[in-house]
Design a binder for this molecule. Structure first.
Ligand code: FAD
Length: 401
């Protein structure tokens, strides 16, 4: 009997594990992907969507043809419950059995972290496609009635890169609209210092970010939580009120309910604690990769600062998981190990017509090296990477770097 590998989620993590297992074992395995969205979404480009620089069709592609080309079955459905004892997943399109299950279901926004967020006029986020579309509608309205702009990340958020990129892109767009001198732009963050990024910062990073903000005339408020937001006013935990006509705020992420509710599988936030093989700690036949996998934050802070679970580590985790699933199916022990903190950090931060290349030997400290290289070439690199990544992924060439 051929073993069944069932993958929940079809984006960065799910797509790379599913095709990775298929390539490792060729015809000797049945691989099925169940995903709520039938399209791949290149989330890094969501920073450009509100400004009309990208349309949804530019940064998404249909999953079924990609999986079909590689002999992976694709089911466009949501998983609704997981029976880890019986090895069954209930979905909106029926019940699916598995021998090995991969959780790659990513994140949900936690708007509750900031009371009022869901209802405040003029306040948006860009962390999902639907949210970024709304943020674009809001931006077009803002251009007709401009005022102060606030960009930030709430307590518990980890996706700081997106907040910084959106900040600098906003500054660039304000300049293009002839508004830059006329509206104040403020960055509010729980990071203890600029350039912390949820990874503890890199040498020279704070200085570089300060320079960038000064050059752009952006005010920064660091190390502060957000208390509540109402239409036109963001209240910080230190009592300050920041008026805004347009706000983009990155909330914390949690895992999916379908994962959180499985006894013994996930933590309170719905993320799956994993070993360095990406097997869940509770169930050796269940793997978790990407945002769905729990990461231990290596510091304690008065105001919670999350860790960014970005695309590059997600791909690395997916490769490790695929190799280990293939080993288990061959009757061997999982032999690949790579803990999250030891995965290199590789990231390009876009700033409109400028940017910063971020490289470090490890995602989390202690590190041997880390550099941030600013310059317009980083903007060009991000655009080229977007095209390359979408081409590579659409064709399922997951073995390419
Ligand atoms: C605005 C923004 C900008 C970013 N920029 C960068 C960047 O520049 N560089 C970088 O490296 N990373 C970036 N990231 C991080 C990157 O998006 C994540 O690392 C990546 O999305 C993680 O992939 P994933 O597969 O774990 O989860 P996701 O991409 O969230 O995919 C989750 C998948 O699960 C499916 N799903 C969810 N629930 C269910 C269910 N119940 N049943 C079935 N399927 C389900 C979804 O449909 C989707 O297919 C950015 C993130 C954001 C939000």
């Amino acid at each position: 009997m051929r073993k069944k590998v069932l993958v929940l989620g079809g984006n960065f993590g799910g797509l790379h594990v599913a095709l990775g297992v298929r390539h490792e074992l060729e015809e000797d395995v049945d691989v099925t992907v169940v995903a709520e969205s039938d399209r791949f979404l290149f989330t890094p480009s969501l920073i450009w969507l509100p400004f009309g620089k990208r349309r949804p069709a530019d940064i998404t592609f249909a999953l079924a043809p990609t999986f079909g080309m590689h002999g992976v079955e694709f089911v466009h459905a949501a998983a609704t419950s997981i029976d880890a004892r019986a090895r069954l997943v209930h979905t909106t399109k029926g019940v699916l059995p598995y021998d090995y299950l991969v959780i790659a279901t990513g994140y949900r926004n936690t708007f509750d972290a900031l009371p009022g967020f869901a209802d405040a006029d003029g306040a948006y986020t860009i962390t999902t496609l639907a949210d970024a579309i709304r943020a674009g509608e809001g931006w077009r309205g803002f251009l007709d009635a401009p005022g102060p702009v606030v960009i930030g990340a709430t307590q518990g958020a980890g996706c700081f890169g997106a907040a910084y990129e959106f900040l600098f892109n906003t500054s660039y767009q304000l300049k293009k609209a002839g508004l830059r001198g006329r509206v104040p732009l403020t960055y509010v963050t729980t990071e203890p210092f600029l350039g912390h990024f949820g990874i503890g910062g890199l040498p020279g990073g704070e200085k570089l970010l300060k320079l960038f903000l000064k050059k752009e005339g952006i005010e920064a408020v660091t190390g502060v939580a957000m208390e509540e937001i109402a239409s036109g006013k963001l209240r910080l935990a230190d009592g300050r009120d920041l008026p805004y006509a347009y706000a983009m705020i990155v909330p914390p992420f949690t895992g999916q309910e379908v994962v959180r509710t499985v006894p013994g599988l996930a933590d309170e936030a719905g993320f799956v604690p994993v070993r360095d093989t990406y097997q869940s700690r509770g169930f050796p036949d269940i793997y978790a990769v990407g945002v769905a996998a729990a990461v231990q934050v290596p510091w304690t802070a008065a105001i919670p600062v999350g860790v960014p679970k970005t695309g590059f580590p997600t791909e690395v985790q997916a490769r490790v998981a695929a190799a280990n699933i293939a080993a288990q199916i061959r009757g061997e022990e999982p032999a690949k190990h790579k803990e999250f903190g030891a995965i290199p950090a590789v990231c390009v931060m876009d700033a409109g017509n400028n940017g910063v290349l971020i490289l470090a030997d490890r995602m989390l400290p202690p590190r041997k090296f880390g550099v941030m290289i600013p310059g317009p070439q980083s903007h060009a690199a991000k655009v080229m990477f977007e095209k390359y990544f979408l081409w590579k992924t659409r064709h399922g060439y997951v073995r390419l770097p």
